[in-house]
Design a binder for this molecule. Structure first.
Ligand code: PMM
Length: 287
């Protein structure tokens, strides 16, 4: 399995699926909007996630929930950079979740070790050159456009084949733009221009995405498709914060399918899940 998981240059080689804990410094995020909005609270949250077993703490200042409008650059910098700086100073391994090159650059200066761009470099033409110059790993997520109207782009004949092909083209483009292939992580972008059936198909075929030859990040945490899976008989989904047990279940399954990392809001259960997956993996060859 570990050869399946792959390695990202510039980051440690964990012997299991890594855990990325989420700190959304936003008033309006999809699943935990507003809770970690001020700098001090966000830093405390990030440290608590690291303490609970997060290998990486992902700091973002722009909500990407369906329908979300963009935050302006100055506000995003104000939200993100002090949190990254404080967490890095405390020894946390920080990634920055941003679509803006300026935010990525300032976050890396402040100590971030990975740039997580949900647009895979499409939203800001300065992103790929900035990440190439910074020499840090880059998450290339499958993305078809901004959140404002992304649901209208959830049209596929064969979601797995199309996402794989679009990711392959994005990988080629970012490599052509100067980012070293060994620093690329790919991500199917669950919930981004995808409905529940699309997300489930992608999760059922992670192996097809692994064929792209790069480590895979899976970010299912609290997403709408889990709400759909867990809905009552009358169809009403549980609130986002009541989807953490289901999220941990996805983490265990993704880890068994060779995911390099999972991105989650509540770290503890997922940290346990990936360790169980690792233990089962270790017993594969045993009698
Ligand atoms: N999803 C969200 C934010 N950042 N980053 C990556 N790499 N992949 C994702 O699927 C992803 C992301 C939106 O979710 P949130 O508002 O619950 O953090």
């Amino acid at each position: 399995m570990s050869t399946l998981r792959g390695r990202v240059a510039g980051l440690p080689e964990w012997d299991r699926c890594a855990v990325m804990g989420v700190v959304n410094v936003t008033p309006d995020s999809f699943s935990d909007g507003g809770r970690w909005f001020d700098t001090g609270t966000a830093v405390k949250r990030g440290l608590a996630l690291a303490e609970a077993g997060a290998d990486l703490v992902d700091v973002g200042g722009e909500s990407t929930r369906p329908g979300a409008l963009r935050v302006d650059e100055a506000e995003e910098l104000r939200r993100v950079v002090p949190v990254v700086r404080a967490l890095a100073a405390e020894g946390a391994r920080v990634s920055v979740d941003t679509m803006r090159a300026s935010v990525a650059e300032r976050a890396v200066e402040a100590g971030a070790v990975l740039v997580n761009d949900v647009s895979g470099g499409l939203a800001d033409p300065a992103m790929v050159p900035a990440v190439a110059a910074a020499g840090v790993p880059f998450v290339v997520m499958h993305w078809r456009g901004f959140s404002r109207d992304m649901n209208s782009r959830a049209r596929y004949d064969d979601v797995v084949a199309e996402v794989r092909e679009e990711l392959r083209r994005r990988m080629d483009a970012v490599v052509a733009g100067g980012i070293a292939p060994e620093r690329i992580v790919i991500d199917p972008g669950l919930g981004f221009a995808k409905d529940a059936e699309h997300d489930l198909s992608l999760l059922a075929h992670l192996g097809a995405l692994r064929e792209l030859g790069r480590p895979l990040l899976v970010a299912a945490s609290r997403k709408r498709f889990l709400g759909r899976v867990l809905a009552d008989a009358d169809g009403s989904p549980p609130p986002a914060r009541e989807r953490d047990a289901a999220t941990a279940a996805v983490s265990a399954l993704a880890a068994r399918e060779g995911a390099w990392a999972v991105r989650v809001h509540e770290v503890r259960a997922t940290a346990d899940a990936v360790r169980v997956a690792r233990a089962i993996e270790g017993a594969e060859g045993a009698e």
